[in-house]
Design a protein around this ligand. Structure first.
Ligand code: SAM
Ligand code: SF4
Length: 314
């Protein structure tokens, strides 16, 4: 379906929880989030019903996210239910990777097509400091488990943070040389805990091209500008929501784990979906798509959303 700006919307990011086993400094407060009542969060059946209604509205690709989707009980069942929706072309999942040793195989068997793994540093001490409670080795084990389960074309998402991991750009790019992976660098977006961070933390995606000038451009894919080291097995992606506003090409809407449809990550506007079924649910999703904001305003001011990223689904 098209929104009021004429953009085709065919991609849903569906958040299955706002809880997480990590506390990444830019995403969540150190104390985490108050655990909400079970009844405040969409049930597995409600998530599946919303997904099916979204597919009726033209969605072809669903990405499960959070919080950390792998901490959600019933996730594998949900994946199986989504895979059975006629018309859904692609089911993907974004994860911090720490629980993949246990869950990669069941997720693959349930029909998940692709995984994105978030990884901001390759150094154990930095990893522990940034996630406040994570261990790099868990994610490395998770990557192995994902490949063993058949997720070969992994995508890695690294949030570029000046003074934290910009000296690892070359190391991340290097991983694309011998692996069929896409190593993606994402600009840090000023929202939630990082909205007031020093300007030096916010680096443009072009920093990657300055550090690794041998990267050769490829065709863009979705919102990612893509590059390749000569002769490499994998690719490098730049996702630059701040410096390179890609709103005109945006094809996505989001549903939060408490059942609000968001046309834009950075907008305050939300359409409540809970309690709606059948045509009423489909109509509410259509309304949310129609009123998707034309663009965000990150170049001028921090995000307008009062939610932290874990409460939306990155
Ligand atoms: N827990 C999962 C994970 O970390 O992949 C899924 C949810 S997380 C909110 C999704 C993505 O959003 C992660 O790659 C994370 O690094 C990214 N993210 C969170 N806050 C961000 C921010 N302020 N700017 C840019 N990316 C952010
Ligand atoms: Fe959790 Fe992902 Fe946020 Fe880190 S970025 S705190 S892993 S939701």
């Amino acid at each position: 379906m098209r929104d009021s700006c004429g953009r085709t919307i065919d991609y849903l990011r569906l958040s299955v929880t706002d809880l997480c086993n990590y506390r990444c400094q830019y995403c969540m407060p150190p104390e985490g989030v108050e655990k909400r009542l079970h009844s405040d969060i969409l049930s597995i059946e409600e998530l599946a019903e919303i997904a099916a209604a979204a597919v009726r509205c033209g969605v072809k690709k669903i990405r499960l996210t959070g919080g950390e989707p792998l901490v959600r009980r019933g996730l594998v069942d949900l994946c199986r239910m989504l895979r059975a929706i006629p018309g859904l072309a692609e089911l993907c999942l974004t994860t911090n990777g720490s629980l993949l040793p246990q869950l990669a195989r069941p997720l693959r068997d349930a029909g998940v097509d692709r995984l994105n793994i978030s990884l901001d540093t390759l150094r154990p001490d930095r990893f522990a400091a940034m996630t406040r409670r994570g261990t790099l080795q868990d994610v490395l084990d998770g990557i192995q488990a994902a490949e063993a389960a058949g997720f070969y074309d992994l995508k890695f998402d690294t949030v570029l943070i000046g003074g934290f991991n910009d000296d690892e750009i070359e190391d991340f790019v290097e991983l694309s040389r011998n692996h069929p992976w896409e190593m993606r660098f994402i600009e840090l977006m000023p929202m939630g805990p990082c909205a007031g961070w020093d300007r030096s933390c916010f680096l443009p995606g072009s920093t990657v091209l300055e550090r690794v000038p041998e990267l050769e451009p490829l065709e863009a894919q979705g919102v990612a500008r893509r590059y390749k080291l000569p002769g490499a097995a994998g690719t490098v992606g730049l996702i630059s929501p701040v410096s390179h506003d890609f709103c005109a090409d945006c094809r996505r809407v989001r549903v939060t784990s408490d059942g609000k449809l968001k046309g834009c990550l950075h907008s305050r506007e939300e359409v409540p979906l809970r309690g709606l079924h059948g045509e009423a649910l489909v109509n509410a999703i259509r309304q949310g798509i129609r009123q998707k904001p034309e663009r965000h305003h990150l170049a001028e001011r921090p995000s307008d959303t009062p939610r932290n990223m874990n409460q939306i689904g990155g």
